[in-house]
Design a protein around this ligand. Structure first.
Ligand SMILES: *Cc1c(COP(=O)(O)O)cnc(C)c1O
Length: 314
């Protein structure tokens, strides 16, 4: 969040248009806090992408306009076309910032696709062991230089111990992420065939709406996946909770990207602050459970999901 906030203040003071679902803190910063400073912000759903040009055209000044997005998104794993959106931002004189946390730099490099700046929550895959909080920002020396002063004087600089832990974690980033990619795809495929699962959202599945685009712009599909539990007339939130409660290898926790597999139920955690109508508008069903796949044996993770789904049905 420190990296994002510094970018918004350094390069987005004429206004920011956010596309699609974003991290809860990002949405709060954009919807509630930056407008207090007089920075206009617009939040568009993925289905409202046609409004991007007109929203950008409504922003004026010489202090910088930004388009901001995450891809794939949380928790629906929606995939946005980075190159196409960068082109539209540039046509209006705006810059594109991509939060690349879910993909990690191993699987997706937005700078090569036309984005000017990329932010990561290093708390997730870059750190990879759920034991540090940090952020990372990538871009040209000129753009980063303008952010550096904001960061220094807002005081959002990580402790040296954190930086040392992060530097050590980065050495294993490619092997961790490649193993996590492979496990997540195997689990997504197994879950897709499961009768108690209504839908599996993962960019690596050929059946997933964003798959073709993901193949074009990602070199791996990441280790986040979302299941929609088949509720069959029952209360969808309770049906999903029954599965979550029976999992033994997945820890119930809202973070992601570490070596241990985690599970969350978006409607009771990350998206709890939204009304049911707003969640539905955003395509977030109460029957969803979101998985962050770690480095355990994928066969054991599949077995754990299978016993939890079977137990919850009975
Ligand atoms: C966790 C997260 C953030 C915020 O990161 P912090 O390290 O907790 O400040 C931002 N974006 C995404 C996509 C995240 O998952």
């Amino acid at each position: 969040m420190a990296a994002e906030a510094a970018v918004f203040l350094a390069h987005g003071r004429d206004g920011i248009v956010c596309i699609g679902d974003a991290y809860g803190g990002t949405l709060e910063l954009l919807a509630d806090q930056l407008p207090l400073l007089g920075i206009p912000t617009h939040l568009l759903l993925g289905t409202e992408l046609d409004q991007l040009d007109e929203r950008l055209a409504s922003l004026s000044g010489n202090a910088g306009r930004l388009v901001f997005l995450e891809t794939p998104t949380n928790p629906a794993l929606e995939v946005f076309d980075i190159a196409a959106i960068a082109e539209r931002a540039h046509a209006q004189g705006a810059r594109l910032v991509v939060d690349n946390t879910f993909a990690s730099p191993v699987n997706q490099q937005p700078l090569a696709l036309g984005a000017e700046l990329v932010v990561h929550s290093a708390t997730k895959y870059l750190g990879g062991h759920s034991d540090l909080t940090a952020g990372a920002l990538m871009g040209s020396a000129e753009l980063i230089g303008a952010v550096a002063g904001w960061r220094k004087n807002l005081g959002t600089t990580p402790a040296p111990e954190t930086a040392a832990l992060l530097a050590r974690s980065l050495r294993t980033l490619p092997v961790r992420v490649q193993a996590q990619n492979a496990s997540a795809l195997a689990i997504a495929e197994a879950m897709q065939a499961h009768p108690r699962v209504a839908r599996v959202l993962h960019p690596g599945l050929a059946s997933f709406p964003g798959h073709a685009l993901a193949v074009r712009q990602m070199s791996g599909f990441g280790a986040m996946l979302t299941l929609e539990v088949a509720a069959e007339g029952a209360d969808p939130a309770a049906a999903a909770a029954a599965v979550v409660d029976r999992l033994k290898l997945f820890t119930l926790a809202p973070s992601l990207g570490g070596v241990e597999s985690l599970v969350t139920q978006p409607c009771t955690t990350t998206h709890h602050g939204l009304t049911l109508e707003e969640r539905q508008r955003r395509g977030i069903s109460d029957a969803m459970i979101r998985l962050s796949i770690g480095l355990e044996d994928p066969a054991e993770l599949i077995a754990d999901l299978e016993q939890a789904l079977a137990g919850a049905a009975g």
